[in-house]
Design a protein around this ligand. Structure first.
Ligand code: CIZ
Length: 304
């Protein structure tokens, strides 16, 4: 079937099934093009909570679709059920239980890149957009941050709190090297460098701005006079930024920064998932209730 026909069928089925398509900033260009909403995991989780449609087609990775399910109580479909996240897999529920035993009075903040099971044991959830804010607003002085040690180190640099780090990392962001950016800076000397906090610390150090994807969008918006940006995050973000700011240029810091999981949701799979309403994401009730608490704790802190 050709792409135009697939898109027509997706639109038709979306209406018939009362579905909404939520798409993460790192998804394939053609998937971003058919989105009802595009954003980072915080934007999409909030959207999942608010939309009135019966069905959510979630184009992102597994932990994001789980979060949408926990928050929305709707039918949530992940077009390719095998879209995992190696970073999220670097900590288990058992690890968190062990941390709680070792540090009984220390609250645990878990990045949104964690499974629902892990979220059910942590105290607060956070995203790349609000990690510093969440940690700063927790009453206790010492905080455990899991699983990303680079985002955790970024938080540590921007807070007066004592942070205990977990040793997880995102393999895709670690493909971006300081040398890649320095080379690009020679070619584009006036470019601003925007770096995701999942990148290594050497890369963070040479950034003009360290921010999650929603923070990157704000930064580009604020820098009206700047034409070129070197973008150190998953490569899909350059397409997102170019669509938002067609008169500016976005240069990927490394073409190797491609998350294979983020690219698994294709138009064909989206069409199939609308036809069949499969594969659905379901989280066991007890885990769901406990995980919801850590996500709600994040929203409560953000209101403070
Ligand atoms: O919060 C998200 O969606 C992730 C995982 C990254 C980002 O900065 O958007």
């Amino acid at each position: 079937m050709n792409e135009r026909k697939i898109i027509e069928d997706i639109k038709k089925l979306k209406r018939e099934k009362d579905a909404v398509i939520l798409v993460h900033n790192y998804q394939l260009p053609e998937v971003q093009d058919i989105a009802d909403f595009i954003g980072d995991s915080l934007d999409l989780s909030t959207k999942a909570k608010l939309v009135e449609n019966k069905v959510i087609i979630f184009c992102g990775v597994h932990f994001m679709a789980e979060t949408a399910y926990i928050l929305s109580n709707k039918t949530v479909i992940l077009p390719d059920i095998s879209c995992g996240c190696p970073l999220a897999d670097m900590i288990t529920k058992k690890d968190v239980v062990e941390l709680k035993r070792k540090y009984p009075d220390v609250p645990i903040v878990g990045y949104i890149n964690t499974s629902a099971e892990v979220k059910s044991e942590i105290d607060y959830c956070c995203t790349s957009a609000n990690a510093v804010e969440v940690v700063n607003k927790i009453p206790q002085q010492t905080v455990i941050f899991v699983p990303d040690k680079y985002l955790g180190s970024f938080v540590k640099k921007n807070t007066k709190k004592d942070i205990i780090l977990w040793a997880g990392y995102c393999p895709t962001h670690l493909k971006i090297l300081k040398e890649d950016i320095l080379e690009l800076k020679q070619k584009y000397p006036y470019a601003k460098v925007v770096v995701h906090p999942e990148c290594n610390l050497e890369v963070q150090q040479i950034a003009d701005k360290v921010a999650g994807t929603s923070g990157m969008i704000k930064y580009v918006q604020q820098n009206e006079d700047v034409e070129y940006f070197i973008v150190a995050t998953e490569i899909g973000m350059c397409y997102r930024l170019k669509k938002l700011f067609p008169h500016k240029e976005f240069i990927p810091a490394s073409k190797l920064a491609l998350c294979p999981n983020m690219k698994k949701n294709t138009l064909e799979k989206i069409l199939f998932s609308l036809e069949t309403l499969q594969p659905q994401i379901v989280v066991e009730e007890e885990i769901k209730i406990k995980a919801l608490k850590s996500i709600e704790n994040m929203y409560k802190l953000m209101e403070k």
